[in-house]
Design a protein around this ligand. Structure first.
Ligand code: FE
Length: 389
C-alpha cells in the first residue's frame, strides 16, 4: 500500500494571506517567524492585523535562526504551552517553518524528546491542541506542503531530519506578493533547489502516478520562469512560488535522491547554500542515475522540447539544459569555481561520501550508490570532469 498526503487547503495568488480572515472556530494564534525580513517588508504586521481583526488573540515568536536549533524549538514549544494556541502560523523562509513544525510536536507532546521522534514516520497523532498554517517567503524548500523539518543539535552537531505526514501542514498560503522581495541570488538558489526536488522526485523509488504529474509540471514551470524571476519579473516570481510548491507536493510523497544526500553533507563543510549545492551537483547525478533512469530523464527532456532521437541523446540534452539554466542565473558549474579549495576537498571527501551514503535520501535514489560512487560524483562536480559512471 502507498500513501499520498498533502495539506487540506492551499490558498494561492496575490494577497492570499487575507484568506486567514475566513478562519472559523479558532481563538488563539501563535505566529513563528525568523530574522527581520518579514518585519521589514511589513508582512508580519499584516499577518498580525488580519488575525487580530478576525478576533484571534495573537502571540509572536520571533528570531528563529537559519538552520534552527534544538534550543529554539524547545523555547518555542514552551512558549506555546504557556499561551495555548489552537492555530500555529509560521511565516518566513524554510527555517522558521521547519522550527515551528517541531515546536508543534513538542507542544502537543511535551514529554517527548528529539530521540523519540527521529525515526521517520513514527510520530504520534498531532492536531489535538492546534492546527498548522505555513506562509513561505522563499520559493524553494516547499516546507509549507511537506512532511519534513530539519533541526540541528549544535552540541552534538547532529541534524535531525524529521519526517512524518503528521507534520504536513493543514493550510499552505502561497501569497505571491511575498517572494517579490527576495534578492536575486536567493531566487537562483531556491529555484534550482525546487528544480532538483522535482527531477529527483520524478525518478525516486517512492514516485507514483500522483507525484509524477506534479513533478513534471514543476520542472516545466521552472524552465519557463526561473530566469525571468531571477531578473526581477513579478509575474515570474509568482509562478516560481507555485512551481516550487508543486515540486514540494511531489517530493514530500515520492522522496528525493543523492543530489540531496550529497548537498546535505557538503553544505556545512564547503559553506555553500543548499540550493546552490544542488544546482552544481544535479547534472552529474543525472548522468550517474541515467544508467537506470534514462527513460524517465528522456521523458523530461521530451516534455521540455529538447532535441534528441534516442533516450541517451535526450538525457544528454537535459543535462545540457540544466547547465544552461545554471548559467542563466549565474551559478558556477563546479565547486572549484565556487571557491572551494583543493585542500578542503581532499581533507573532507571521505567523510562527505561516508555520511552521504547514510543520508535518508540515498535510500530513495533510483540507483544504488556506494561511498566510491559518491566520491566520484563529488570529484566530477569539483573539477567539472565528464566520466561514464
Ligand atoms: Fe532541497
Amino acid at each position: 500500500m502507498a500513501r499520498f498526503t498533502l495539506p487540506r487547503d492551499i490558498y494561492f495568488g496575490e494577497n492570499a494571506m487575507e484568506e486567514l480572515k475566513n478562519l472559523k472556530g479558532h481563538k488563539k494564534a501563535f505566529i513563528v517567524t525568523g530574522g527581520s525580513s518579514m518585519q521589514k517588508f511589513g508582512f508580519l504586521d499584516k499577518l498580525k492585523n488580519i488575525l487580530e481583526e478576525t478576533g484571534l488573540e495573537v502571540k509572536l515568536f520571533e528570531g528563529v535562526e537559519p538552520d534552527p536549533s534544538v534550543e529554539t524549538v524547545m523555547a518555542g514549544a514552551k512558549a506555546m504551552q504557556e499561551f495555548g494556541p489552537d492555530i500555529i502560523v509560521a511565516i518566513g523562509g524554510g527555517s522558521p517553518i521547519d522550527a515551528a513544525k517541531a515546536m508543534w510536536v513538542f507542544y502537543e507532546y511535551p514529554e517527548l524528546t528529539f530521540d523519540d521522534i527521529k525515526t521517520p514516520f513514527s510520530m504520534p497523532k498531532l492536531r489535538k491542541k492546534a492546527i498548522f498554517a505555513a506562509i513561505p517567503s522563499t520559493s524553494g524548500t516547499a516546507t509549507e506542503v511537506t512532511a519534513f523539518s530539519v533541526i540541528t543539535d549544535y552540541s552534538t552537531k547532529i541534524k535531525y531530519p524529521l519526517a512524518d505526514f503528521e507534520i504536513t501542514p493543514d493550510i499552505a498560503i502561497l501569497d505571491t506578493t511575498i517572494p517579490e522581495t527576495m534578492p536575486p541570488k536567493l531566487v537562483a538558489h531556491t529555484g534550482m533547489d525546487a528544480l532538483t526536488h522535482a527531477i529527483e522526485a520524478y525518478v525516486a523509488s517512492a514516485r507514483s502516478k500522483f507525484s509524477d504529474p506534479l513533478a513534471l509540471e514543476a520542472i516545466s514551470m521552472v524552465f519557463d520562469y526561473l530566469e525571468d524571476s531571477y531578473n526581477g519579473d513579478k509575474r515570474a516570481r509568482g509562478e516560481m512560488h507555485i512551481a516550487q510548491c508543486l515540486a514540494g507536493m511531489a517530493f514530500s510523497n515520492a522522496l528525493l535522491g543523492i543530489t540531496h544526500s550529497l548537498a546535505h553533507k557538503i553544505g556545512a563543510v564547503f559553506d555553500i547554500p543548499h540550493g546552490c549545492c544542488n544546482a552544481i551537483l544535479l547534472p552529474y547525478v543525472i548522468k550517474f542515475n541515467s544508467k537506470v533512469a534514462m527513460k524517465e530523464y528522456a521523458e523530461i527532456a521530451k516534455l521540455l522540447g529538447l532535441p534528441g532521437a534516442s533516450d541517451k541523446q535526450l538525457t544528454d540534452s537535459l543535462i545540457a539544459a540544466v547547465d544552461e539554466l545554471n548559467k542563466k542565473v549565474d551559478i558556477v558549474p563546479t565547486f572549484k569555481e565556487y571557491g572551494v579549495t583543493e585542500d578542503l576537498l581532499k581533507s573532507s571527501i571521505d567523510a562527505i561520501a561516508k555520511n552521504a551514503v547514510l543520508d535518508p535520501c540515498t535510500a530513495s535514489n533510483p540507483r544504488k550508490t556506494t561511498e566510491e560512487d559518491m566520491k566520484k560524483i563529488l570529484e566530477c562536480a569539483y573539477y567539472g570532469k565528464q566520466v561514464n559512471f
